[in-house]
Write a protein that binds this ligand. Structure first.
Ligand code: NAD
Length: 488
């Protein structure tokens, strides 16, 4: 286990030279700084593409490499610096106690593990895994586990910090955590995924537990992953401890409503901002990037509320249908490994085109760092509701603000998931389970309360919603830090 020791000096410089490099093309970027993690990630992605599809790098349209897609990859690897910069800005605005500020700039604990897995071929493959606790002043650590081939320690640290702010904004008693494994889960068999999950759980056992750190699903993981984690933990401890994770199947102590909670919460927040802007649900045209847990339930719920879903995408690309996509029909027909385009009739479009569609509401619900300085000027949506974590970079945020595009920030918009995870944890500890209508109504109440506080501050101070949400959240964590004092 490493206690991380990053520099104490606030820094605002991202990847120096990268934006200009992206203008002159991907290959020059790869040549630019071979040691930078973003450059390495792009290099690795290119190598993989060269092996799997030798023609793809040099012959579009198999791979669509544009300036904004390269900037997006670079920015994802910049997320930790951006998260810290965000904190520094809020600390200055709140005139935060410098001692509390200094402590909040560091993750409390970072753990990097090797995860050896016997593959179906009989060979052993070693995967890289991470778990980070950002802060524990307000309660045990809470945060998802991501399986994605681009996961990095920097990204996990940034996402753990975001979880601290998210839990504080929702006023639920947790600190922030995040975890991940560098793997493309679509390339593994079910057996390989189970062995990977069980070994990863075993490797992070020293820092997880029902009153220490409670993982949940994120990109590339789901209720089945959580069931394997709960079983591995319980078998090791010697008795049943399902409360060690949330987002479990209902049959082993999961909560009703958890699967759809994040997408439902995104929809509540889309409806709340539409209400403030005087927009009717039936007049809303919505584009959703991502057709996984968050994207699919956002599309389904907004459709139920009367909005028209005009575009959705997955990793392979998007589908546009100006007459409206029947999200319920599409997602009822799809299985976990289905390709969206095979089930969703409409015109094909790229993930980048989807981000700049003419619509009232854009919901990025896939990866972080997709709305960047390279495409923010082209966004035509009136409102962005962030289903994904960190989809908008700091530079893009400024451009969108100047252009009058409203952004409902991730730490509020996608907080439905962690809120119902909290309900699941509470129900598990009490061994007393609630009805679905009770869960939805409690979720709505908590989210509307957080929205109202953020909106009021944003209007009063004439600041973007993200700044208002962060001021509330960071203020609460700093207050907890002050009350706790410094050990020893
Ligand atoms: P998921 O794995 O269920 O789905 C991800 C979707 O994104 C899939 O449709 C996939 O095809 C698509 N995708 C992957 N790479 C892409 C790319 N390069 N371009 C476009 N689409 C791509 O994941 P999820 O749980 O829905 O999570 C999505 C986002 O929401 C993540 O940022 C996650 O951190 C955030 N989030 C999830 C939850 C949750 O409860 N699951 C809660 C809060 C936030």
């Amino acid at each position: 286990m490493n206690e991380s020791t990053p520099s104490d000096t606030p820094s605002s410089d991202g990847v120096s030279g990268v934006p200009s490099a992206t203008k002159s093309g991907l290959m020059q970027l790869v040549d630019l700084d071979s040691e930078h993690p973003a450059t390495k990630a792009i290099g690795t992605a290119l190598m993989r593409l060269k092996q799997t599809a030798p023609d793809s790098v040099i012959s579009p349209p198999h791979i669509h490499v544009t300036e904004s897609s390269v900037v997006a990859v670079v920015r994802r690897h910049d997320m930790w610096e951006q998260a810290r910069q965000q904190l520094d800005d809020v600390a200055a605005e709140l005139q935060l106690d410098p001692n509390a500020h200094a402590m909040l700039r560091h993750p409390k604990r970072t753990l990097e593990v090797a995860v050896p897995v016997r593959m179906d071929t009989g060979k052993v493959q070693v995967f890289q895994g991470y778990r980070v606790h950002h802060n524990l002043y307000r309660g045990p650590a809470k945060g998802g586990i991501r399986y994605h081939h681009e996961v990095s320690m920097e990204e996990v640290k940034a996402l753990a910090m975001l979880m601290t702010w998210k839990c504080a904004l929702m006023n639920i008693p947790y600190g922030g955590a995040k975890g991940g494994v560098v793997v493309d889960p679509s390339k593994l068999s079910d057996g390989e995924l189970e062995r990977l999950t069980r070994r990863f759980t075993s490797e992070i056992m020293p820092i997880i537990g029902p009153d220490r750190d409670i993982p949940a699903p994120d990109m590339g993981t789901n209720a089945q992953t959580m069931a394997w984690m709960a079983d591995t933990y319980s078998m090791t401890i010697g008795h049943s401890v399902p409360q060690v994770v949330t987002g479990k199947p209902v049959s082993i102590g999961g909560s009703l409503g958890r699967t759809e909670a994040t997408g439902r919460g995104v929809s509540y927040m889309a409806a709340a901002i539409a209400r403030e802007r005087g927009l009717n649900m039936k007049d809303l045209r919505v584009a959703v990037q991502g057709a996984g847990n968050v994207g699919s339930y956002t599309a389904r719920t907004l459709q139920e509320m009367g909005a028209k879903i005009i575009a959705i995408s997955d990793v392979h690309g998007g589908v546009f249908n100006g007459d409206g996509i029947d999200a319920a029909k599409v997602f009822n027909a799809m299985g976990p490994k289905s390709k969206l385009a095979d089930f969703c009739p409409g015109e094909a479009l790229t993930n980048e085109q989807l981000l700049t569609l003419d619509c009232e509401i854009l919901v990025p619900a896939a990866l972080g760092g997709v709305i960047t300085e390279a495409n923010a000027g082209e966004v035509r949506a009136k409102i962005i509701v962030e289903g994904a974590n960190g989809p908008t970079t700091t530079e893009a945020d400024k451009i969108l603000h100047q252009r009058g595009v409203l952004v409902v920030p991730d730490i509020l918009a996608n907080a439905g998931g962690v809120t119902v995870s909290y309900f699941e944890w509470v129900q598990g500890i009490q061994s007393y389970f609630w009805e679905l209508d009770e869960i939805y109504s409690r979720l709505n109440r908590i989210m509307q309360k957080a929205f109202a506080a953020m909106w009021e501050l944003s209007e009063k101070e004439r600041i973007p919603m993200r700044s208002a949400a962060l001021r509330i959240a960071v203020g609460r964590v700093a207050d907890a830090a002050k009350q706790m004092g410094l050990f020893p």
